[in-house]
Design a protein around this ligand. Structure first.
Ligand code: NAI
Length: 327
């Protein structure tokens, strides 16, 4: 199992690489960035776990060496938000970064699972899909927008009300996209069931949708969520790796191209969005089945979903347009 982290020297990239190095499921860890990867790799290489780690820069065919033979590619490369910025404000810079890195994937590891963390995820995943399509190697079952941090936040914040001792043991489908009102937590479908007082529900939903802003504000101009994102990114990557290795029954919300996944067409029709975060069953070939939790949303959640669709469609168009009609 060879895993590459692209943007490995960054705020997310470093702790994410540490978690990968600590995982017994990974044999080879490839760190790629435009700066500092030799140092990060040297540091991690002293940890006494099996994964063999190497760092690469763009020079000396670094991309080729970093990407070749990869089974899983995780992409947290790009600039993060500063106070007052939305994720969409990052588009100008991050769109081109994701395009160029995914072009590298098409050349050197076209069969890899690609996990996109770089924001705005609502648009960078359609960008990645268009690049993969143009190269004739797009497999919708293998392209994922990582929305796990929204799930992790929902688990954590709901536990402050439910008193659950281990927050991660409550499953909450968080669906839609990954920014502001496109993030829709379906607390009515929490398992085990949670009782949320009516006067607390709006605040809880808002906190899941805009929890990222709390971190941006607290970091006061030095960046956005990195440690919780590294945790969430690793949690999702680990599930993919376990599914590839044959573990059955793994279901996780993630942002995918619906028409390419079993059960996805009906959800695309109902939501009007081709890209959507939805619980999917992961298997050896990737996203094997999408679950239509949209149909079971209650009236309050349906209202939230209307707001989601309106924004998300525009974000998706913007990503597709960036590749089809380059600026
Ligand atoms: P950072 O600035 O600390 O790190 C980004 C790294 O990417 C830097 O080391 C930089 O050198 C590298 N990089 C830039 N261009 C590159 C290229 N062409 N090839 C390879 N590496 C390149 O930023 P941070 O905090 O790690 O955030 C990274 C991204 O993750 C941002 O876009 C941020 O918005 C996003 N993010 C996504 C979340 C999610 O839930 N999906 C949550 C939090 C952040």
């Amino acid at each position: 199992m060879k895993v590459a982290v692209l943007g490995a020297a960054g705020g997310i990239g470093q702790p994410l690489s540490l978690l990968c190095k600590a995982s017994p499921l990974i044999d080879e860890l490839s760190l790629y960035d435009v700066v500092n990867t030799p140092g990060v790799a040297a540091d991690l290489s002293h940890i006494s776990t099996p994964a063999v780690v190497a760092g690469y820069l763009p020079k000396d065919d670094g991309m080729k060496h970093a990407f070749t033979g990869c089974d899983v590619v995780i992409i947290p490369a790009g600039i993060p938000r500063k106070p007052g910025m939305t994720r969409d404000d990052l588009f100008k810079i991050n769109a081109g970064i994701v395009r160029d890195l995914v072009k590298g994937v098409t050349e050197y590891c076209p069969k890899a699972f690609v996990l996109i963390i770089s924001n705005p995820v609502n648009s960078t995943v359609p960008i990645a899909a268009e690049v993969l399509k143009a190269a004739g190697v797009f497999d919708p079952k293998k392209l994922f927008g990582v929305t796990t941090l929204d799930v992790v936040r929902a688990e954590t914040f709901v536990a402050t009300l439910s008193g659950a001792k281990n927050p991660s043991k409550t499953t909450i489908p968080v669906i839609g996209g990954h920014s502001g009102q496109t993030i829709v937590p379906l607390f009515s479908q929490a398992n085990p069931k949670v009782d949320i007082p009516a006067d607390k529900l709006d605040g809880l939903v808002y906190r899941v949708q805009f929890g990222g802003d709390e971190v941006v504000k607290a970091k006061d101009g030095t960046g956005s969520a990195t440690l919780s994102m590294a945790y969430a990114g690793f949690r999702f990557a680990e599930k993919i790796i376990k599914a590839v290795k044959g573990e059955a029954g793994i279901i996780e919300p993630t942002y995918v191209y619906l028409p390419g996944i079993a059960g996805g067409d009906a959800i695309a029709k109902e939501t009007g969005c081709e890209y959507f975060s939805i619980p999917v069953e992961l298997g050896p070939t990737g996203a094997e089945k999408a679950f239509n939790v949209v149909s079971n949303a209650n009236d309050q959640e349906k209202k939230l979903l209307e707001g989601c669709y309106a924004d998300l469609k525009g974000n998706i168009e913007k990503g597709i347009d960036f590749i089809k009609n380059p600026p």
